[in-house]
Design a protein around this ligand. Structure first.
Ligand code: SAM
Length: 261
């Protein structure tokens, strides 16, 4: 069952919420409303900073899940729902990528527990905003690819191999890649030029956020010099170069459309 808009979070239900990359002000209004009224909050503490919980109820039960398996998390959620609580399951960024929610959803359906998904802002969107840029520049690049590197927990299918995606020379947003950055740089250099701008974005929205803007040939060295292993995303994009003259036709006086003849 999918829940519709409610002024209070429902008791006996789970709200799976995308918390955004770290800045609590990037929570959606809906996420904030439910989070601050929930009885129980299970949160992925490795990627959700404590500041995200600053406005929750003083008597809310807070359960960090970084040290728990799915087999421990699901019974916790169903137990609290059966006790009549409103339950929040808080993940970083947006739920639609790399959030391991699919297996939780299957578990909730199997237990006949009502749930709702509330989207969040993904790390790449927050990074682009911090860089003050659009990732689709007319005449330069019109496609954004979101991808990752295979890790011990999840393998990327062969058809989505990084070098084959790099061949598009699109704006490439690379998650979960810092541990493999030398290999990544080699693969990207097969198609992007050595001076393609790369933004190395560490803990966007966290109090210790840092961003380095470097040419592609310095991507690996800069990551290693700064000991970047976790919570780092890479934006590789021609759009990060200076694009002073770029202009879309949308607001051009010589361009008319349905709403502006
Ligand atoms: C398990 S994935 C979760 C992604 C998340 N669902 C999203 O939409 O942003 C974790 C990876 O996302 C990226 N990431 C998440 N939050 C970040 C942040 N605040 N700053 C930089 N990268 C972040 C990093 O690549 C990190 O290794």
């Amino acid at each position: 069952m999918i829940l519709s808009f409610m002024p209070q979070p429902l008791k006996n239900a789970v709200y799976i919420i995308g918390a955004g990359p770290g800045d609590p002000e990037l929570l959606t209004l809906k996420a904030y409303r439910i989070l601050t009224r929930a009885d129980v909050i299970l949160y992925a503490d490795s990627l959700v900073p404590k500041q995200m919980l600053r406005d929750v109820r003083a008597d809310a039960e807070l359960i960090p899940t970084g040290n728990k398996t799915l087999e421990e998390i699901l019974p916790l959620m169903s137990d609290r729902v059966r006790r009549g609580c409103s339950v929040v399951r808080l993940h970083s960024g947006d739920l639609s990528l790399y959030s391991a929610i699919q297996e939780q959803i299957q578990g909730l359906i199997a237990e006949d527990i009502p749930f709702e998904l509330i989207p969040g802002i993904s790390a790449y969107q927050a990074a682009a905003a911090k860089l003050g840029t659009e990732l689709t520049i007319p005449g330069l690049v019109q496609t954004i690819i979101l991808t990752r590197i295979s890790g011990s927990a999840s393998a990327v299918p062969e058809a989505e191999e990084l070098a084959s995606l790099a061949a598009h020379q699109a704006s490439l947003c690379l998650y979960l890649a810092a541990r493999h950055v030398e290999n990544v740089q080699d693969k990207l250099l097969q198609y992007y030029s050595t001076d393609t701008p790369v933004a190395i974005c560490f803990r966007i929205g966290w109090p210790d956020e840092k961003i380095w803007l470097v040419p592609l040939e310095k991507m690996a060295a800069t990551s290693r010099e700064n000991d970047l292993i976790r919570t780092t995303m890479y934006l590789i994009s021609p759009a990060l170069q200076e694009c002073k003259d770029a202009r879309s036709r949308l607001y051009h006086p010589e361009h008319s459309h349905l709403f502006r003849k």
